[in-house]
Design a protein around this ligand. Structure first.
Ligand code: SF4
Length: 436
């Protein structure tokens, strides 16, 4: 039977979709690129934001509508929403999909699908303390980057976040298993890997920590670039930044989620650092690695956040001068500590005011930082032909993770080039190759 798989949300979900494809291909299923012609539609979902959850119900309704005059496909709801909504789903398995599987149940997908084909409405949400899928080699998409999950789950219980409930406790893959996968990826032609974990720097396998793993991955012959995401600010040891600074294969970019700049709010968020500790870390990063790009995530309008407390976040943004920031309104996630303990009492219009203000500040900071690069020579990895504006231009990326647009030319995806930056906006750089 033919399957169409759609992925929502983060890079970990992208990776999980590659695992899902591999598992089902091995069982004789095949995949198609669009809903048309699919017997089975799988939605690998994300529940980090509540609008994602609402959207998925609408999406399933629309699929049912689109297929109302033809044979209805079997719809499977996978991933975090399946896990997050498990109580509702167990009470009414018909709910809105034909079957359900949480993030630790993917090896059971062939069996779940066979039951779904018989209209048995199966559901498996069990979370595991040990499942890392280290025996599955994902079916990767062509490209220059390969995701490599090194650990799953999270023990941090940030009060706003559903991940510890939807993906369970932290567990790490063995370094040997990870290195084998990276060697295979290099042999297949991938110049770059991105090591993934919900809390990637909590990686720990029988005493091997994240810094040691990163160092081992870097020794793989032929590998050109290593990225990782996302680290937690509370777990960033000095030897990790030293390794990043000294190892040319490790990209000079850290995604460093601030979430809020006020200490009372950070405590309510259960983040285990103060704004000063965060700022001190940034100073250390820049001292060890002056060309490091730092990006962040911020939540505005956390319960009880006052205007003065929000101004603390503005202060941190202006002090750090992040290269980019992903800014979100707080939204209640059912089952989290914040949803149980705190009222969602910041008005939506006030949340919007704060997000608009922060985005405007960050846009200007990003523009200034990018414009400062005009005239400089940068090493870029060519990623693909075609941009959002032109089929002829090429996309490339600096090791600081900045998107660079190149004019049409004789490149190939995977080429490393030296380019001169000619123009900059808040979000992209333009460049031309340096000719020798
Ligand atoms: S570290 Fe916090 S925000 Fe990140 S996945 Fe864990 S609980 Fe969620």
């Amino acid at each position: 039977m033919k399957i169409f798989l759609r992925t929502y949300g983060c890079q970990m979900n992208e990776y999980d979709s590659e695992l899902i494809e591999s598992i089902l291909l091995a069982d004789g299923f095949s995949f198609v690129d669009s809903e048309e012609g699919a017997d089975i539609i799988l939605l690998n979902t994300c529940s980090v934001r509540d609008n994602a959850q609402r959207k998925i119900k609408g999406e399933i309704h629309e699929i049912r509508h689109r297929f109302k005059t033809t044979k209805q496909p079997i719809i499977g709801l996978l991933g975090c929403i399946a896990s997050h909504e498990k109580e509702k789903l167990t009470q009414d398995k018909k709910f809105y999909a034909d079957f359900f599987a949480g993030p630790d149940s993917y090896k059971k997908l062939p069996e779940l699908l066979r039951q779904a084909i018989k209209h048995l409405h199966p559901a498996d949400f069990a979370l595991s303390d040990i499942e890392t899928y280290d025996d599955i080699y994902p079916k990767r998409k062509p490209g220059v980057n390969a995701w490599v999950s090194i650990m799953r789950g999270c023990n941090n219980f940030c009060s706003f976040c559903v991940v510890p409930y939807t993906r369970g406790r932290e567990r790490s893959r063995s370094p040997e298993n990870i290195i084998e996968e990276v060697k295979r990826l290099v042999a297949e032609g991938y110049p770059q890997v991105t090591l993934l974990g919900q809390n990637v720097n909590s990686y720990n396998f029988e005493g091997v920590n994240f810094t040691q793993l990163l160092s081992q991955v870097s020794k793989v012959d032929g590998l050109r670039r290593i990225r990782f995401m996302s680290p937690h600010p509370k777990d960033f040891p000095p030897d990790l930044i030293e390794l990043i600074a000294s190892d040319p294969k490790i990209c000079k970019h850290i995604h460093f989620p601030l979430q809020a700049g006020n200490d009372r709010i950070l405590k309510m968020m259960n983040r285990h650092y103060t704004h000063k500790q965060f700022l001190d870390q940034v100073v250390k990063f820049r001292k060890k690695c002056p060309n490091l790009a730092i990006t962040t995530d911020i939540i505005v309008g956390f319960p009880t956040e006052t205007d003065e407390e929000f101004e603390d976040t503005v202060m941190v943004i202006k002090t750090v001068e992040f290269d980019a920031a992903f800014i979100f309104n707080y939204s209640v996630r059912e089952g989290t500590l914040a949803s149980k303990q705190y009222p969602d009492d910041v008005l939506e219009k006030e949340k919007t005011r704060r997000i608009v203000l922060l985005n405007a500040i960050q846009k200007e900071i990003s523009l200034n930082k990018n414009q400062a690069l005009i005239g400089t020579i940068q090493d870029v990895l060519v990623e693909q032909k075609g941009t959002s504006k032109s089929k002829e231009e090429w996309e490339a990326r600096t090791d600081t993770n900045k998107l660079v647009i190149l004019p049409n030319g004789k490149y190939n995806a995977g080429d490393f080039l030296q380019v001169r930056i000619t123009d900059a906006s808040s979000y992209i750089l333009k460049a031309v190759p340096v000719t020798s």
